[in-house]
Design a binder for this molecule. Structure first.
Ligand code: ATR
Length: 283
């Protein structure tokens, strides 16, 4: 049996702030790493309503909290409450990690890192020509920033609401916007297809997309991880495309947050993935 962790007077703490947070996998990820590295700290869920955000951030500054993850619906509205923003968070326009540096809250975004870390070994430099991104929300911004930094020459963004896609054009000159109705056409010649919409998630509408034009060598990634193998990934796998599931981005963004707080780069391995999969099956 695993020995139970008993906090003492020196126990540090971090957590995830969102509304709701009860389904978050972050406590399982971070507490596994804390145990593995024998760190005297805990990671807690912090359910905070939008109207309570300002008070809670101010209070956290006083508590000696090491840092927190920030999730829906606070990722953007938390920005004015922070002392400083890391350039990545500024570009993405959202914060998913806060470090309390001598009481000053510094905002970071580790989602772009997490996305790219989870996929980079599938995409050597000569295969970073064209990427197609479905969606234009907060997750899409992080994905697009990662693709620009990885050197993709052409990034086609297609979103149901065209205006929202247009807001992402300023991120880089390699970005093109494609009409949502024509999304299947942009897949021709792509090295990578990423779904950042909620389509295909359990309880949401299905993603309707013909993969006919997608080269068989193209990597297909879905950031949805419930179900782990979304219908998009299942279809891609069936026709022989390499696939990357949504747990990768989740795990690697967590890896960077953990590093920011505890100065240790924890390992993302199969044991942890399996643990998360069993938790996903339970909810
Ligand atoms: P996140 O921060 O996770 O990206 P979000 O900002 O709410 O979440 O973005 C959700 C994305 O899924 C958006 O691109 C959204 O498209 P719209 O901008 O048109 O709303 C997309 N999305 C959600 N439901 C959709 C649907 N039924 N059809 C097409 N796109 C959908």
């Amino acid at each position: 049996m695993t020995k139970m962790f008993l906090p003492d007077g020196k126990t540090e703490w971090a957590g995830v702030l969102g509304w709701p947070v009860s389904h978050s996998l972050s406590p399982a990820i971070h507490n596994s790493w804390l145990t593995e590295h024998n760190i005297n700290a805990v990671y807690l869920p912090l359910p905070v309503r939008p109207e309570g955000l300002k008070t809670v951030i101010a209070a956290l500054i006083e508590t000696g909290c090491v840092g927190i993850n920030v999730t829906i619906p606070h990722k953007e509205v938390v920005i004015p409450l922070l002392y400083e923003l890391h350039p990545d968070a500024k570009r993405i326009g959202a914060v998913n990690t806060i470090v309390f540096n001598e009481g000053k809250p510094i905002g970071y975004n580790t989602d772009a890192y997490g996305f790219w870390k989870g996929i980079e070994n599938r995409l050597p430099e000569e295969r970073r020509n064209k990427a197609v991104v479905l969606g234009a929300g907060g997750a899409a911004r992080a994905v697009v920033v990662a693709l620009i930094d990885a050197g993709f020459k052409e990034i086609v963004i297609t979103n149901r609401t065209a205006d929202k896609a247009q807001n992402l054009v300023q991120l880089g000159k390699q970005i093109k916007i494609g009409a949502w109705e024509e999304r299947a056409l942009f897949l021709a010649g792509a090295d990578l297809l990423v779904n950042t919409t909620s389509l295909g998630m359990k309880g949401q509408d299905a993603l309707i997309l013909s993969l006919e034009k997608l080269p068989i060598t193209a990597v297909v990634c879905d950031i949805v991880y419930k179900p782990l193998i979304t219908p998009l990934l299942a279809e891609a796998q069936k026709r022989g495309n390499p696939i990357v599931d949504g747990l990768n981005m989740l795990l690697f963004q967590a890896q960077k947050s953990f590093h920011l707080w505890f100065d240790i780069n924890p390992v993302v391995d199969e044991t942890l993935r399996r643990k998360l999969l069993s938790l996903l099956e339970a909810v």
